[in-house]
Design a protein around this ligand. Structure first.
Ligand code: SOE
Length: 414
């Protein structure tokens, strides 16, 4: 709406997520009637040439080379954190305490302790009308938002199985450089936190249940890699013949999980189920890897319930596979094209069947955040929701590091 009050944004970081968020801040008011008008006021980055180039490319009005300047500026209303996880806590806490709303990329932090502190500060800030959200953007993929709607409507009955995979292959080459995502001190974990976190959040959000226990296996296939270009200055030439550094995170994470209705804690409770029976939480199996050669961004989720099943694959992101047990058994799964105007978010875009892309999830994230801020309501996912994801990540690492639960298959005759 042309006469909307501005929402002046200061973004920290301008790499892949900075590009996606910039696109979202610029695009959201052009396709959705927003009660506040996002303004790309300033972008911050340590390298002045780099951040100036990013401001020109992505349409930011000004630049800073220290994120603290964004916090100090009185022409900034919201801080958007698009930096590696080791910086999230310091920036988010400073911003919230300075009265700035916060959008923080996932995972929320690199530890449960950091995430807990961020959540406490966020809850106190919310009481002052200063709001915050964690950027689990896949919730805003129309097909996954429709999946949640269908689960809530009882179309699947009680959920028995959650099957989640997030498959990429960009590290299959042992000579791919040692970037920040492979350094635990910066990223907190590898495939587990970077992409597994999306699966955990989506599964908990769509089922409406929390993961209460896990059993896990982590693997690092390539133990050291050529230093990335920004580290080559340390006397290396880069590339396969240059200096190498250690990979300190997982390349792949596998875990089983138990779910329980929220706030029941512990094992699945006997809460009343959709069919009048006791609501037993589902069991889950999760996989996150960057070595699934040929899979580029296959974020997959399948739910099997007592009345139906749903299956989603981000590499075919505009559709949802649905098996409805109320139909003839030979009806099989049917493909729902999630492009009807009645589907989440889609009415604001193209005619049915034209489809959306990865970037639309970020635009929808901005739409929901701006509407929540204008309404003075807690955006979703909150830092508390993201803390629950952080606790699952920590439990997976604890389980994987406690190999005593692992049973070897004995070769010798029993
Ligand atoms: C990892 O390659 C990555 O960029 C994640 O960091 C993002 O969160 C995901 O949306 C796409 O893949």
């Amino acid at each position: 709406m042309a006469d909307s009050k501005p929402l002046r944004v200061g973004m920290v970081g301008y790499a892949f997520m900075g590009a996606a968020h910039s696109h979202a801040w610029r695009t959201a008011p052009r396709f959705f009637d927003l009660p506040l008008a996002p303004q790309l006021t300033a972008v911050a980055g340590r390298n002045e040439d780099g951040v100036r180039a990013a401001a020109t490319k992505y349409g930011w009005d000004s630049v800073e080379t220290d994120w603290r300047r964004l916090i100090d500026r009185d022409d900034i209303d919201l801080i958007d954190i698009c930096t590696p996880g080791n910086t999230h806590a310091e920036i988010a806490i400073a911003a919230l305490e300075a009265g700035k709303h916060v959008l923080c990329e996932k995972p929320l932090a690199n530890s449960v302790a950091e995430a807990e502190k961020m959540t406490v500060v966020a809850q106190a800030a919310a009481e002052r009308g200063v709001l915050s959200m964690c950027g689990f953007s896949y919730r805003r993929t129309p097909a996954l938002a429709l999946a949640k709607r269908m689960v809530e409507e009882g179309r699947l009955g009680d959920i028995r199985h959650v099957r989640a995979q997030y498959l990429q292959d960009w590290l299959t080459d042992a000579n791919a450089p040692l970037t920040w995502r492979l350094d635990k001190a910066k990223s907190g974990s590898g495939s587990l936190g970077d992409i597994g976190a999306h699966s955990i959040d989506a599964a908990q959000w769509i089922t409406g249940m929390d993961i209460t226990g896990v059993s896990a296996l982590l693997e690092t296939f390539v133990k050291e890699r050529p230093l990335a270009g920004d580290l080559v200055g340390l006397g290396g030439q880069g590339g396969p013949d240059g200096p190498k550094g250690p990979v300190t995170v997982d390349d792949a994470a596998l875990f089983t999980a138990r779910f329980a209705p929220k706030h029941d804690g512990g094992r699945p409770s006997g809460a009343q189920g959709t069919d009048g029976g006791s609501r037993q939480g589902p069991i889950g199996i999760f996989e996150a890897t960057r070595f699934a050669l040929g899979r580029k961004n296959a974020m997959r989720l399948e739910l099997n319930g007592t009345k139906g099943s749903l299956a989603f694959d981000f590499e075919d992101m505009n559709s949802l596979q649905f098996y409805d047990a109320s139909l003839e058994p030979d009806a099989g799964f049917r493909k729902i094209m999630v492009t009807e105007p009645t589907h989440p978010y889609t009415a604001n875009w193209w005619p049915t069947g034209h489809g959306l892309g990865y970037e639309h999830g970020f635009t929808h994230q901005v739409v929901d955040l701006v509407n929540a801020i204008h309404a003075g309501e807690q955006p979703s996912p909150s830092f508390a929701d993201a803390l629950q994801v952080q606790k699952v990540l920590a439990a997976v690492e604890e389980s994987a590091n406690n190999a005593s639960r692992w049973e070897n298959v004995h070769k010798e005759a029993s």
